[in-house]
Design a binder for this molecule. Structure first.
Ligand SMILES: Nc1ncnc2c1ncn2[C@@H]1O[C@H](COP(=O)(O)OP(=O)(O)OP(=O)(O)O)[C@@H](O)[C@H]1O
Length: 316
């Protein structure tokens, strides 16, 4: 019997041996990337690690010193124009014109892409609706909140119907509600088949959104994988049992023979992955020692733990 062979998902972005230095400073020291179409990839790293530099290279704003890069099926070095036509970039350098209304910004963008007046109006109306800007559409963008401006920025990017979107810190400075709204937008984009390359300062954001995450440090990718894979790289998961009295804590600590007891808080911290099976086994042991557990909490490593484990101090 032959095992059916799953073809690898086509790549939206690939890079091999990507290098970039500024003077003496090597920022990217041989980076390889393979980002499947229709996925969200998040690049993390301390301040000054080179995330923006990577985005600028992949989006044709600056040229690398070495490396083969393909974006949306086009060779970056040979056909930067085709790459540019297939991508959208939003983030630190917003394309929004403050003097124009939201609607005018969208119409201007549509004109740049060669849409006729009627088509442009229809497209702008659809985007205004989709990005919840109907009430604000006739107001100058200068009056918009940070969240509205980011939504308008992404809406403008979509006028060009890009297959790959670079989001450079899309939610920095947004309040939690606006941030969640932005996450919904990103998920919708990917649902439509768009590939998203995301840089963020918020590890929770990468955890929530990204299919795969890479951590950049000292010019190299020091860790790469799904959020779950990365969390497995670091130890630190544990279960904290809280006891009814000191005698119970004592009996349990002796029966288990591992863990850190806190006699004031009446807790015992035991290493563990927090799975139902391991917690049940732990409670069975404690019960056999006739110790009464009043409560328990499970702490699993999060991306913060991974980040601290694989990166060193900021480089700027
Ligand atoms: N045009 C330039 N000339 C000289 N050095 C530069 C230039 N652009 C970036 N750098 C340096 O390259 C390094 C990486 O910068 P980059 O902005 O890519 O980092 P980053 O990971 O995006 O940081 P942050 O999280 O702070 O935005 C920094 O040390 C920066 O000072």
């Amino acid at each position: 019997m032959t095992v059916p062979h799953q073809p690898p998902a086509p790549a939206a972005i690939t890079a091999t041996g990507l290098r970039k230095s500024f003077g003496e400073k090597t920022v990217l020291d041989g980076i390889d990337l393979h980002i499947p179409k229709g996925s969200i990839f998040s690049l993390l790293g301390p301040n000054g690690a080179g995330k923006t530099t990577a985005v600028q290279i992949l989006s044709t704003l600056i040229t690398p010193d070495a490396g083969d890069v393909r974006v949306a099926g086009h060779d970056l070095a040979r056909d930067p124009g085709a790459v540019r036509a297939s991508i959208g970039v939003t983030g630190q350098f917003s394309a929004v014109d403050n003097l124009l209304t939201g609607e005018e910004n969208l119409l201007l963008m549509a004109e740049l892409y060669g849409y006729r007046r009627r088509q442009a109006r229809r497209l702008a109306a659809g985007l205004v609706e989709r990005f919840d800007l109907v009430e604000a559409a006739k107001r100058p963008a200068s009056t918009y909140s940070g969240g509205m401006r980011r939504r308008l920025d992404i809406a403008m990017t979509l006028v060009g119907d890009p297959g790959v979107i670079f989001l450079d810190e899309p939610t920095t400075g947004l309040d939690p509600r606006s941030r969640h709204g932005m996450w919904e937008i990103v998920r919708e984009l990917v649902g439509d088949g768009v590939t998203v390359f995301l840089t963020t300062q918020y590890l929770e954001e990468a955890d929530q959104l990204a299919d795969r995450i890479a951590v950049l440090n000292g010019g190299k990718l020091v860790a790469e994988g799904t959020p779950a894979e990365l969390k497995r790289l670091v130890p630190g998961g544990h279960v904290v049992l809280r006891f009814a009295d000191a005698a119970g804590l004592d009996r349990a600590a002796r029966a288990l023979g591992i863990g850190t007891a806190d006699s004031e808080a009446l807790t015992l911290q035991v290493p563990g992955d927090g799975s139902v099976k391991s917690v049940k086994a732990l409670l069975d042991w404690v019960e056999a020692a006739e110790a009464e557990v009043e409560g328990l909490t499970i702490d699993t490593p999060d991306l913060d733990d991974v980040f601290f484990a694989v990166t060193d101090r900021p480089t700027t």
